[in-house]
Design a binder for this molecule. Structure first.
Ligand SMILES: C[S@@+](CC[C@H](N)C(=O)[O-])C[C@H]1O[C@@H](n2cnc3c(N)ncnc32)[C@H](O)[C@@H]1O
Length: 331
């Protein structure tokens, strides 16, 4: 390999340069600056914090994700199954050595994760060549709607592009995401997002990615060592997640809500279900062995009906800042 080097000149504050020389234990300026740059480029890449790649309806915020991860730790389970993984928000909070299985019925979503896991270089190269444009956004929406199957890589590029550029993460009938805010240049945000794909690809190397109906996954993983996190479409929001399954339009419906409740009750390990506070949900999940953790209202969601909760089949110890008595029986 031929190394092409370029001579650069730059001005650095003396105190900064002295500090760097101490860190790298050399008084050679060129060596000091080179070492600092190499460290950022090589190690900085893998140390980059894992984050989700795009907005997604129902994406779990940090305050909920942290409680789910805490419940997993307290349960002593060995395997974490994210039954309805969506944007992979929870994976971003789980320690790297956790055995994780992610599942979603949306094949465009799971194909994207498989491509990021197995072909991240090609995928990023394709994206790097693309401008941030509404024309392209419309074109990729057509690719996703078309009956002619694109290659898995093209399909992943189209899905990523549409999902990233959709206003509020709604892919169906979505409008193009732009911002009038001087600080928020979407074209540069699109570029800045690319290193996060590298970090996600690294993490996915040890993650199992499934594209199944949740019932099949629950049947297969019904074991005491398995922790199931179930973040199914919330009652009343099912349409947001309409997708194609075996050539047919699919929407999570009442049967699915009933089957999920029944199968979670029969699960031999621990489960945690995310939901909003709803009467109809209590009918499905009330039980002597079930507990609920209610989150406080937020500025954005002050109405009680929009409050989030976690329903679980064990009594988690209090860990959060909302008071000692926030985990109650769910009867
Ligand atoms: C509320 S979202 C999950 C959000 C995710 N926890 C996050 O933080 O991004 C619900 C997900 O369930 C998926 N889904 C709907 N029906 C399903 C089914 N029968 N089996 C598996 N996944 C399903 C949808 O595609 C959607 O991604």
């Amino acid at each position: 390999m031929i190394l092409i080097k370029k001579k650069v000149s730059l001005r650095l504050e003396t105190r900064l340069l002295n500090a760097l020389m101490k860190i790298y234990e050399t008084d050679n300026i060129s060596e000091t600056v080179t070492k600092a740059i190499v460290e950022i480029v090589t190690e900085g890449k893998s140390k980059k914090k894992l984050k989700t790649l795009f907005p997604y309806v129902g994406k779990k915020p940090p305050r909920i994700a942290r409680e789910v991860v805490e419940a997993f730790h307290q349960s002593g389970s060995k395997v974490f199954v994210d039954l309805f993984c969506g944007s992979l928000a929870i994976l971003c909070y789980l320690p790297e050595d956790t055995r994780v299985v992610v599942n979603d019925i949306n094949g465009d979503l799971t194909n994207l994760y498989v491509i990021i896991k197995t072909k991240s270089d090609e995928f990023i190269a394709e994206l790097e060549a693309l401008p941030y444009s509404e024309v392209l956004f419309q074109k990729y929406k057509e690719v996703l709607r078309s009956d002619d199957k694109a290659s898995d890589l093209e399909q992943a590029v189209a899905y990523y592009y549409v999902q990233f550029a959709s206003f509020r993460g709604r892919s169906k009938n979505a409008s193009f995401r732009i911002s009038a805010d001087a600080e928020n240049n979407m074209a540069s945000t699109f570029r800045k997002n690319l290193p996060s794909i590298v970090a996600l690809s690294d993490r996915l190397q040890t993650v199992e990615i499934l594209n199944r109906d949740f019932r099949k996954v629950l049947n297969q993983f019904n074991d005491t060592s398995v922790f199931v996190y179930a973040d199914c479409p919330y009652l009343g929001t099912e349409d947001y997640y309409e997708c194609e399954v075996n050539g047919e339009e699919y929407v999570f419906g009442d049967n699915e809500h009933r089957d999920l409740a029944q199968m979670l009750k029969e699960h031999k390990g621990i489960f945690v279900l995310s939901s909003k506070v709803k009467k109809d949900l209590r009918k499905l999940y009330r039980s002597n062995g079930h507990y609920v953790l209610n989150f406080e209202a937020t500025g954005r969601m002050p109405d009680k009906r929009h409050r989030e909760q976690l329903i679980m089949n064990f009594k988690m110890e209090h860990v959060n800042k909302y008071g000692e008595d926030d985990i109650k029986p769910y009867r």
